[in-house]
Design a protein around this ligand. Structure first.
Ligand SMILES: Nc1nc2c(c(=O)[nH]1)N[C@H]1C(S)=C(S)[C@@H](COP(=O)(O)O)O[C@H]1N2
Ligand SMILES: [Mo]
Length: 160
């Protein structure tokens, strides 16, 4: 192999090894599924990246004012035919929190996969970080109660 080609090959491999796989499992009260047991809708990176892209520019308790990018929670719910009123989020570090669908809709919450144009790695809140427009609603989305809703390392949604 020519050195330049070899070099290109290694760069591609290094990026593939580095990137956090983007995926989301949705289960519970849903009317569409795509797994063999017909209970889970597994969203791939392609599907997540293919949903309408929304941005929220805000600070969080952990990050200075930044622009987050990702699909609306409500668009994810639409895709799986969700019928529940409550979304329980589960994370890679086994944190669990529930938000209502109404709450996600009211604030236009997104499941961000990028921050300032850069994909979120597991070490910096990826692969998916539930983001609310905190700066736009400081009185409602600041404080201990609200902080609990900024969920990082999201891996699954369970509709209840
Ligand atoms: N993935 C993940 N997200 C999470 C948590 C967690 O443990 N894991 N804790 C939540 C809660 S209850 C609060 S109050 C804040 C806690 O943030 P801190 O660990 O920086 O205090 O993040 C929220 N998001
Ligand atoms: Mo908390």
């Amino acid at each position: 192999m020519k050195p330049r080609l070899l070099c290109f090959f290694f760069v591609v491999m290094a990026q593939a090894a580095h990137a956090t796989p983007l995926a989301l499992d949705v289960q519970g009260k849903i009317t569409r599924s795509n797994d063999v047991s017909h209970t889970v809708y597994h969203m791939t990176d392609t599907e997540l990246l293919g949903l309408p892209v929304h941005t929220i520019t805000t600070s969080t308790r952990w990050t200075p004012k930044s622009t987050f990018t990702g699909p609306l929670v409500t668009d994810v719910l639409k895709r799986v035919g969700a019928t529940g009123d409550v979304v329980e989020l589960r994370t890679l570090d086994d944190y669990t929190v529930s938000v209502t669908v109404a709450d996600a809709r009211r604030y236009g919450a997104i499941l961000a996969y990028s921050m300032n144009g850069k994909r979120l790695e597991v070490r910096d809140f990826g692969p998916l970080f539930l983001i609310y427009p905190r700066d736009a609603y400081p009185s409602e989305l600041t404080g201990a109660l609200a902080d609990a809703k900024f969920v990082w390392q999201v891996k699954a949604l369970i509709l209840k």
